[in-house]
Design a protein around this ligand. Structure first.
Ligand SMILES: Nc1ncnc2c1ncn2[C@@H]1O[C@H](COP(=O)(O)OP(=O)(O)OP(=O)(O)O)[C@@H](O)[C@H]1O
Length: 513
């Protein structure tokens, strides 16, 4: 039964998480999300076990004891009737205090767990900054705090337990006294007295069982409180989904802009305006570069286009339809993305290329995508070829290799619209050439929006949109903007001058020469 319960809790939790919007994840630590689940599983299954093992025997014993004692001498039943609620009430009081402390402990464990996961997944950074000790200290501090709270929690629990037992003993003393007195007065025979004493001894068992169940129930409540908070999250932004197993793609009609931002404004926190009245269009088959200072809102434009966040105001259209009215799965199936950080999953190269492509993809199609992305050139050199395991996030591959796999993945997805966030980390010239060649195959025949980090890329697009503090500064062809004296012209001039200060200014735009 606990296996079934674990399966239900985990599966529903995972489904809920997958349905939550990006903004929810922005506020959470991965490690604490997982510790909420494991805590809930432990506590709920413990309760289920306690309940299943004790409840029916408890019910039967209680009923038998109450009926028999009422038959012989009803005041005994009244006294037993008092014990049950008093004992349960004392248990509930104990548990309430226990729960409040447990909440504090859980918060510390979740924060420590969140950091733990972050540190392990970015162990290279930790090692290179030699922060092992400070990370260990921070982690230990949280657990040290839990030790103090647990001590207090445990002391209180034992005190209350002693009180509960004392109350139980006092009431049972009264019961035994009544039995002895009544026997001495000749109301009960010695045989009845022995039977009633044995019966009363039996009554202790369900009282303790009941408090054990209540204790477990309350632990399950406090242990799964955070879990159910997640399960009950009603996000402010819930985009529509098509619900079909294979949603269609957006049809891109001739003569209409493929992507259009119309006076779009946006803020992540409702205070700082990240985009302010942004408007531009991308025509069919066009390549448009977004250029602007770091933090200027380029990735935010992509986030809104993918429906990861809702636009604050204004309209975003894809294929002429407002994205707010397009099922989000249909929208995302229509857009291929190559992220700056290639974000691979552990597993084989084959699995990574085929990620999201569905089971209908043939081996030929996969190999073709890999060839077009120029990934096959390095995959063939691995002894296990496409079955090579790439490690978590593709750690066993080089930056350029990961890029080429993510390009192959986008080629296989074959979406009509493409979003490219060029890698900023410098690849060596050879690797960069292959990545560039792969990107060219990917962009062929597709409408592309590019967050460009190379002047060579920017100069080769059809149009450039320059952003200045969340506003569109200029839109035009590279030739037009080179002559307009705006941001792009400034970038060209900085490149030509090439002094240290100029390179610094270029870096502010995330531009490499
Ligand atoms: N998830 C988020 N929550 C809150 N603020 C965010 C979030 N993502 C980005 N921002 C803020 O929005 C602003 C625009 O960020 P964005 O990532 O769009 O810039 P960018 O132009 O892509 O920068 P870069 O070229 O450095 O990647 C920044 O000030 C950033 O701090």
């Amino acid at each position: 039964m606990s296996a079934r319960m674990r399966q239900i809790l985990s599966s529903r939790y995972f489904a809920k998480l997958l349905s939550l919007p990006q903004s929810w994840f922005d506020e959470e630590l991965t490690g604490s999300i997982t510790s909420k689940l494991s805590r809930s599983i432990t506590n709920v299954t413990d309760f289920a076990k306690a309940f299943a093992n004790n409840f029916f025997t408890l019910l039967l014993t209680t009923a038998a004891v109450l009926v028999i004692s009422a038959w012989y001498y009803w005041p005994l039943t009244v006294l037993l009737g008092i014990i049950f609620p008093v004992y349960v009430w004392l248990t509930a009081l104990t548990s309430r205090h226990w729960q409040a402390r447990q909440q504090l402990i859980n918060e510390h464990i979740d924060t420590a767990g969140g950091r733990f996961q972050e540190v392990i997944s970015q162990i290279r950074v930790v090692k290179s900054f030699v922060t092992e000790r400070s990370e260990q200290r921070g982690f230990d501090e949280h657990y040290d705090q839990t030790v103090g709270v647990t001590k207090e929690q445990s002391t209180h629990w034992h005190l209350m337990d002693t009180l509960r037992r004392a109350v139980l003993n006092v009431v049972f003393f009264a019961i035994y006294a009544i039995i002895f007195v009544q026997t001495a007065r000749g109301v009960f025979s010695v045989g009845n007295m022995v039977m009633l004493i044995q019966l009363m001894a039996m009554a202790r068992q369900p009282v303790q069982q009941m408090s054990y169940i209540i204790d477990n129930a309350q632990r399950a409540v406090s242990g799964s409180k955070d879990y159910f908070e997640v399960m009950e999250t009603r996000p402010a932004y819930a985009p529509i989904v098509s619900g079909g197993s294979r949603p269609t793609r957006i049809s891109i009609d001739e003569g209409r802009p493929v992507v259009a931002f119309e006076d779009v404004s946006f803020s992540y926190d409702g205070k700082d305006q990240v985009l302010d009245g942004v408007g531009f269009e991308v025509g069919r088959g066009e390549r448009v570069a977004l250029v602007g200072e770091s933090g200027g809102g380029k990735s935010t434009i992509v986030n809104l286009l993918l429906g990861l966040y809702p636009a604050g105001s204004g309209t975003i259209r894809v294929g002429g339809r407002p994205t707010a009215e397009i099922p989000v799965d249909e929208l995302r199936r229509s857009i291929g993305v190559v992220f700056q950080d290639p974000s691979l999953f552990s597993g084989t190269i084959r699995e990574n290329i085929a990620y999201g492509a569905g089971s209908h993809v043939t081996e030929e199609e996969l190999l073709e995508a890999s060839r077009k992305a120029f990934a096959d050139r390095f995959v063939h050199r691995f002894p296990n070829g496409y079955d090579t395991l790439v490690g978590e996030r593709g750690i066993k591959l080089s930056g350029g290799q990961k890029q080429r796999i993510s390009i192959a993945r986008a080629i296989l997805k074959d979406a009509p619209i493409l979003v490219l966030d060029e890698a900023t980390s410098a690849l060596d010239t050879k690797s960069e050439r292959w990545v560039q060649a792969g990107l060219e195959s990917l962009m062929a025949g597709r409408t592309s929006l590019i967050i460009a980090h190379r002047l060579s890329t920017i100069s080769s697009v059809d149009r450039i949109v320059t952003l200045d503090q969340g506003r569109v500064d200029e839109i035009g062809t590279p030739a037009e903007l080179a002559a307009s004296g705006g941001i792009y012209a400034e970038l060209l001039a900085l490149q030509a001058a090439g002094s240290r200060a100029d390179r610094k200014r270029l870096a502010k735009f995330g531009i490499r020469m």
